[in-house]
Ligand binder design. Structure first.
Ligand SMILES: N[C@@H](CCC(=O)N[C@@H](CS)C(=O)NCC(=O)O)C(=O)O
Length: 238
C-alpha cells in the first residue's frame, strides 16, 4: 500500500495527468521527489477546503490546498526548496500567485465558457458525476465555474490578454533557465508548469494557447519539468 494518497480530479481531455492544474502541480512534485503515492478520484465535497487536490497519509491528517501540501512535504523532507534565500522565496511567491490566477482563470474560461472548449470539457465533467444525475449536475457545475471565472475578471475573450501578460513575465523570469530560479528545479516550477501545461495542451485555439505554444523557451521548460516527472505527454493537438 502507498504511504500517501492524492485525491484529485481524474485525467481527461486525452492527457495523462489530472485535468486540474492544481492537482497536476502536486503530482509533478510527488513524482519528481520520488514519493510513493497512489491517486484516487477526489470529491471536492469531502475536502477540508471544498476543493481538490487533497492528500491523505501524513500523520493521520487530510491536507488540502496544493501549496500547503507542498509546504508540508518540504517541511518533513526538504527536497526541492532547500537552501533558497528570502528573496528567491519572495520571487517564487510572486510568480506562483501570478500563474495560479492569471493563467488558471483564463484556462477555466476556455474550458467552461468558450463553446468550443465546453464541447470537450462537458465529456470530462460527465465522466466525473453519477451517470443518472449528469443531466442535473453537469449544467450546475458549468454554471458555478462560469461564475468563478466572472469573479476573477474572465467574462469575455479579453481575459486571454491577462494570460499572455503573465506568460511574458514568466518567460522573462525563466531567461536562459533551465528553471525559474536558476539551475535547480524547485516547487515553484511544479506550480507554474501545472498551469502552463494545461494552457499549452488546451483544446481551444486561444491567444493564451498560441502564446505558450509559440515560445520555444516556455515549451522547452514545460517539457523539461514533465520529463523529470517521467510523464509522457501526447502530441499537441489542433
Ligand atoms: N488554492 C487551491 C485551488 C484548488 C482549486 O481551485 N481546485 C479546483 C479544481 S482545479 C476545485 O477543486 N474546484 C472545485 C469547485 O470549484 O467546486 C489549491 O492550490 O489547491
Amino acid at each position: 500500500m502507498s504511504a500517501l494518497t492524492l485525491y484529485q480530479l481524474p485525467p481527461a481531455l486525452g492527457l495523462p495527468v489530472s485535468v486540474s492544474p492544481f492537482c497536476t502541480k502536486v503530482e509533478l512534485y510527488l513524482r519528481i521527489t520520488g514519493h510513493e503515492f497512489a491517486t484516487e478520484p477526489g470529491d471536492p465535497r469531502k475536502s477540508p477546503n471544498g476543493m481538490v487536490p487533497f492528500l491523505d497519509g501524513i500523520e493521520g491528517q487530510t491536507l488540502a490546498d496544493s501549496e500547503a501540501i507542498l509546504e508540508r512535504l518540504e517541511s518533513r523532507r526538504p527536497a526541492l526548496d532547500q537552501g533558497l534565500g528570502d528573496s528567491e522565496r519572495e520571487e517564487a511567491g510572486r510568480l506562483r500567485e501570478l500563474a495560479e490566477r492569471d493563467l488558471y482563470f483564463p484556462c477555466l474560461y476556455s474550458r467552461f465558457v468558450e463553446p468550443g472548449g465546453w464541447a470537450h470539457q462537458q465529456h470530462a465533467i460527465r465522466a466525473m458525476v453519477p451517470w443518472g444525475l449528469a443531466w442535473l449536475l453537469v449544467p450546475l457545475i458549468r454554471r458555478s465555474q462560469v461564475k468563478k471565472c466572472a469573479k476573477h475578471g474572465c467574462t469575455d475573450d479579453g481575459c486571454y490578454a491577462m494570460a499572455v501578460a503573465a506568460m511574458d513575465v514568466i518567460e522573462e523570469a525563466l531567461g536562459e533557465g533551465p528553471y525559474l530560479l536558476g539551475e535547480h528545479l524547485r516547487t515553484i516550477d511544479c506550480a507554474v508548469v501545472g498551469q502552463l501545461l494545461h494552457t499549452a495542451w488546451g483544446r481551444s485555439p486561444t491567444p493564451a494557447r498560441s502564446r505558450v505554444r509559440g515560445s520555444a523557451a516556455l515549451m522547452g521548460y514545460v517539457r523539461r519539468v514533465v520529463e523529470r516527472a517521467e510523464i509522457e505527454m501526447p502530441p499537441l493537438g489542433d
